[in-house]
Ligand binder design. Structure first.
Ligand SMILES: [Zn+2]
Length: 674
């Protein structure tokens, strides 16, 4: 039987694909691509864009289509086979990638094509060539053979170590439970958290409750549990995951962290950078490392007064000196006191299906697209749903899978990923398809999943990324959708979209009380709106703490010193944080964004892009949030162009000027404190 992973004639055949298909598919495809590339380079004819770049785009597109289900399934399915298949295939893929970007003959061919291009410097073709030539440089194409080889093996080891980091976090988390027979310990927790813990308990044959360490449970305990000891216990379990302090400690990431930092530093050094932060900025919008640090410190400075007064109000209502495990709890308490608004009250109005309908309706109103559930498409789990995206003419222009609920073996957090990237070359138009993944509380016994308002914001965020992926008009996959967009601008469409989740006209259409069907009452919305800025100063400092830690870690790394991770964390907390964390805290050990994901020396991107997102959204505020002209401009200048255009140029084209910090500070309620 032919390998179903290699069947790229339609959507991935999730029903047929199994882990043993991964390695053979990749081996076969890479061997084929090697032959094709060799033949291409032997052919003296390749002197123009169509004969050189198009075949390379085709090959990359094919490879990404085959790899996408492998990488996706290993992060969402509780099946050791997928992890093994992923780990076995990853070195091949990494090696192949470096082999191509270190191919001097290929680089020369790209250079020849670039030199022969007409003077039109803004075309997508020109941008694509510039990106490719830059990536050759960043992969050490010009290095002597021995160093090239070293660079390649560093990247190999790095990929494997990063994958192991993430897997440790997941295993450590999945292995932890809190079991109790005493209902009083759970006082204050939302009904659905308790019900879920009871179901877990039953499944484990217990008479009481069993609570997991996934994000929904951790969040529920830290915001709602009246029992301080339980909050501390969860804080400790969460902040020591995959560390020397964690229990059990089989998944300690300490050595992985040292390895990853050392390898990144070495890779950056090999291709001529002083440290990994500099290397990271070579493909970003921010231009130099001191600029990034200044940007973060300026935001911290401008947020500090607000955060201090927020903390003082929390201290007033807390009978004891505030510890980190008290802050989210008293924030929630104070929020209820001041605004009479609670997660639990709001949740009643946000069944996930209604939220989706409202969100899709918004996309339709802004961009004229319609989204329809398509039950003929099969996913990888029975809770997965597929949607077709159609344009005004009814033509299908894309599609995406949603996989929304937390479960064992599934990676934390919320994200989107590419299943198929848009491609419109060689007379073939392939439409984009994506995966949208969240970790919301699973449906109750009646099949209803209720979202908190912050879950709603998360869904809007991820859907913003999805629109970026789906609405692209760029024909070349390497710069279509999210591809080729500088990482510190990638969060622009997503954070932009979050703003809509704070408008009554939007929420009224995205809500229906799960028992009465009543949309979110205006009066409840007003209280929610009043509470919008509540805790914003503290939240801002928390993000800046992560961002500054990440950036300093990568810019100040010294290969002769292995133990600076916790020292830098300590310094950053001294500088930025208002509540100090206990000595056992090992936040870095589960900080997958920077040690396993793409945010290394790039966590600042969230704040960087948030400035752009807030400023872009303020244009909608000025013109009316559903203004068709503004939406059309945002779509055309930002969402459709992918990586085919300089992002600052695109922003200015949309906004009529360069971005400023003011809109972000205003949305965070901290502008006055400046
Ligand atoms: Zn995002």
């Amino acid at each position: 039987m032919p390998n179903p992973l290699l069947d790229t004639s339609a959507l991935p055949r999730f029903k047929d694909i199994s882990p043993e298909h991964a390695l053979p598919a990749l081996q076969q495809l890479i061997a084929e691509h090697r032959r094709k590339l060799a033949a291409l380079l032997d052919n003296g004819e390749i002197s123009d864009f169509d004969s050189l770049v198009i075949p390379l785009e085709e090959m990359n597109h094919e490879l990404s289509r085959v790899w996408s289900p492998v990488s996706h399934l290993q992060s969402v399915l509780d099946e050791p086979g997928w992890r093994e298949a992923y780990n076995a295939s990853l070195p091949l893929l990494t090696e192949h990638g470096t082999e191509i970007s270190q191919n001097e003959k290929l680089r020369e061919a790209y250079q020849r094509v670039a030199d022969s291009m007409p003077g039109d410097c803004t075309s997508a073709e020109r941008v694509l060539l510039d990106h490719e030539l830059r990536d050759f440089r960043l992969a050490g194409v010009a290095l002597p053979e021995a160093e090239k080889k070293r660079f390649k093996s560093v990247l190999q080891e790095l990929a494997a170590t990063q994958a192991n980091f993430e897997q440790n976090v997941q295993d450590a988390q999945d292995a932890w439970h809190f079991v109790t027979d005493d209902a009083a310990v759970l006082a204050g927790l939302p009904k659905q958290t308790v019900a879920r813990a009871r179901r877990e308990g039953e499944q484990q044959g217990l008479s009481g409750w069993s609570l997991k360490l996934d994000f929904p449970t951790y969040h529920a305990v830290s915001t709602h549990a009246e029992n301080r000891a339980l909050r501390r216990r969860y804080y400790k379990a969460w902040s020591t995951r995959a560390s020397d302090q964690g229990k059990p400690s089989n998944w300690d990431n300490s050595e992985n962290i040292r390895r990853i930092l050392k390898l990144r530093h070495e890779a950056a050094g090999l291709v001529g950078f002083g440290n990994y932060a500099e290397y990271s900025l070579a493909t970003k919008m921010a231009t130099d490392t001191s600029h990034v640090v200044e940007f973060l410190r300026e935001l911290a400075g401008r947020s500090r007064t607000t955060a201090e007064s927020e903390l003082a109000s929390l201290q007033e209502i807390s009978p004891e000196t505030l510890e980190p495990w008290d802050v989210p709890y008293y924030l929630e308490q104070l929020k209820q006191q001041r605004y009479a608004i609670s997660d639990d009250e709001l949740r009643q109005y946000f069944p996930v299906t209604t939220v989706k309908e409202g969100l899709f309706g918004l996309a339709s109103r802004l961009y004229g697209v319609s989204l329809q559930r398509n039950d003929k498409v099969h996913g990888w789990h029975d809770t997965v749903v597929y949607y077709d995206v159609r344009d005004e003419t009814g033509a299908v222009i894309g599609g995406f899978y949603t996989d929304l609920y937390a479960r064992c073996g599934k990676r934390n957090g919320a994200w989107i990923d590419e299943c198929i990237v848009r491609k419109n070359i060689s007379g073939e138009n392939v439409i984009p398809v994506g995966y949208l993944v969240c970790n919301f509380t699973p449906p109750d016994a009646a099949g209803v999943s209720l979202l908190t308002h912050s879950d709603v914001v998360t869904l809007f965020h991820e859907f913003g990324h999805m629109l970026h992926h789906l609405l692209t008009r760029v024909d070349y996959p390497s710069i279509a959708g999210i591809n080729g967009v500088p990482w510190d601008a990638v969060e622009l469409p997503s954070q932009f979209m979050e703003n809509f989740a704070w408008y009554y006209d939007v929420l009224a259409r995205a809500s229906a009380h799960h028992e009465t069907g009543e949309p979110l009452p205006r009066e409840v919305f007003d209280r929610l709106d009043d509470s919008r800025h509540f805790g914003a100063g503290l939240a801002m400092l928390r993000q800046l703490e992560f961002a500054l830690f990440d950036f300093r870690l990568h810019s100040e790394f010294d290969p002769h010193n292995g133990g600076e991770v916790l020292d830098i964390l300590h310094e950053v907390r001294q500088e930025v944080a208002l509540v100090q964390h206990p000595e056992f805290n090992r936040m870095p050990h589960a900080f997958s964004h920077i040690f396993a994901g793409g945010y290394a020396a790039g966590y600042y991107s969230y704040k960087w892009a948030e400035v752009l997102a807030a400023d872009a959204f303020s244009a909608f505020e000025e013109n009316g949030i559903f203004d068709p002209g503004t939406a059309a401009r945002f779509r055309a200048e930002i969402l459709e162009v992918g990586g085919s255009r300089d992002i600052m140029e695109a922003f200015v084209a949309f906004r009529g000027r360069r971005p400023t910090l003011e809109a972000l500070l205003r949305y965070s309620g901290i502008a006055e404190a400046a």
